[in-house]
Design a protein around this ligand. Structure first.
Ligand code: CP3
Length: 355
């Protein structure tokens, strides 16, 4: 076993708080970061975004992607910095047409047949993602030494659902129908994404990411018969592939709506941490998980918008339920653009002042 990266202060090696938790240690006060922490709720993000041109230009310009990644770190001193990019850069690098339409979200040229899939790259052309790796490289030197650098990718089912429908769709109906009608196509698409994501994450680690998070944002849409082949197995293959190639690598698995399947991930030891969405009660879930398996989450992003008592109660409940266990404080899903900055400050203060 290689020793995890150490940061040095006055010659005393102290491991970063998030890495300690991922190794199974309970750290208090808990380390904290937020999913989607670089984004439109920050005026400085909106400024940089205006100058960048398109959203993809922002993702692919290392100087600007580094800047927006650092913005929430400067302002709030989070323990983790997630590189600025998007889960849809993989279909883009594979050759699919991907655009982000202002006020509407992502738009892709739908891929629904094996023929159309054949027009995309079989192996991910990693060089097309060089700007992402350069961003990670810049961040590894720019970040404060106590801050953990996180990379990420979308889990195959979530990315596939965008590739098939060409946009976000309620309950991912087009992708689910296709999974029933054309399992050969679905299997080929998922397999392509497993291989692409594994190569991508390994390269992110080589570029400086200390932890990678897999975002299965649409885990709740899958019925039990499809969850195994389309979500659990692909995620397992990616995490095992990454860890096989880079044994020191750490992985966090976020399956939104994956509550019914948490045990499965825990039993198979997929991931160093399981990220809980806001529908789960950590007081119930935590005791069912192995003591040294880390968890992350899970404040309701809407409690963060509401602020006041709802926010205080929400934070306190998570802290009480997870105290003494390896837990990283976070939201139960991404922060929303309308969130007041003072509420973020209030949440961080509450977590850090916890007696
Ligand atoms: O967490 C971070 O700060 C890192 C950056 C990050 C973004 N997207 C930036 C972004 C991460 C980790 C993502 C992941 C992502 N992207 C997911 C999975 C996580 C989740 O929240 O469920 C998904 C499903 C996407 C796809 C995507 N990208 C959508 C649906 C949208 C439109 C959202 C909207 O509200 O317009 C995006 C665009 C996007 N990705 C934005 C940001 C900051 C906003 C676009 C902008 O600034 O104009």
């Amino acid at each position: 076993m290689s020793t995890p990266p150490a940061t040095r202060s006055e010659g005393i090696p102290t491991r970063k708080a998030i890495l300690k938790v991922l190794d199974g240690e309970a750290v208090w006060p808990q380390p904290i970061w937020m999913m989607r922490q670089a984004g439109r709720y920050l005026p400085e993000y909106r400024e940089t975004r205006k100058d960048a041109g398109s959203f993809l230009d922002l993702c692919y310009t290392p100087r600007l992607a580094t800047e927006v990644t650092l913005q929430p770190i400067r302002r709030f001193g989070f323990d983790g910095a997630i590189m600025f990019s998007d889960i849809l850069v993989i279909p883009h690098a594979l050759g699919q047409d991907v655009r982000f339409v202002e006020g509407e979200g992502p738009r892709l040229e739908p891929v629904t047949t094996l023929n159309a899939l054949d027009n995309l790259a079989d192996d991910l052309p990693l060089e097309r993602l060089n700007p992402v790796f350069e961003t990670l490289d810049r961040l590894s030197t720019a970040l404060p030494r106590e801050t953990t650098l996180l990379g990420f990718c979308g889990a195959p089912w979530t990315v596939a659902s965008y590739m098939i429908a060409g946009k976000g769709t309620p309950d991912q109906a087009p992708a689910r129908i296709l999974a029933y009608r054309d399992p050969a196509f679905m299997g080929a698409l998922i397999d392509r994404l497993v291989r692409a994501s594994t190569a991508y994450l390994i390269r992110q680690i080589d570029a400086g990411a200390e932890v990678v998070q897999l975002f299965e944002s649409f885990g709740s849409a899958l019925p039990p018969a499809l969850f195994g082949p389309l979500s659990f197995e692909p995620i397992r293959r990616i995490v095992e592939g990454v860890k096989g190639a880079r044994p020191g690598a750490k992985a966090i698995v976020f399956v939104r709506g994956g509550g019914a399947n948490l045990e499965r991930f825990a039993e198979a030891r997929i991931g160093d941490a399981l990220a809980l969405d806001w529908t789960l009660d950590p007081a119930r879930v935590r005791p069912t998980l192995p003591a040294r398996l880390a968890t992350q989450g899970n404040l309701d992003p809407l409690a963060l918008i509401a602020g006041g008592e709802a926010l205080t109660r929400g934070v306190d409940h998570i802290l009480q339920a997870t105290r003494g266990t390896p837990h990283i404080f976070n939201l139960g899903h991404g922060i929303l653009p309308e969130t007041p900055i003072e509420h973020v400050e209030q949440m961080i203060a509450r977590v850090r002042a916890a007696a």
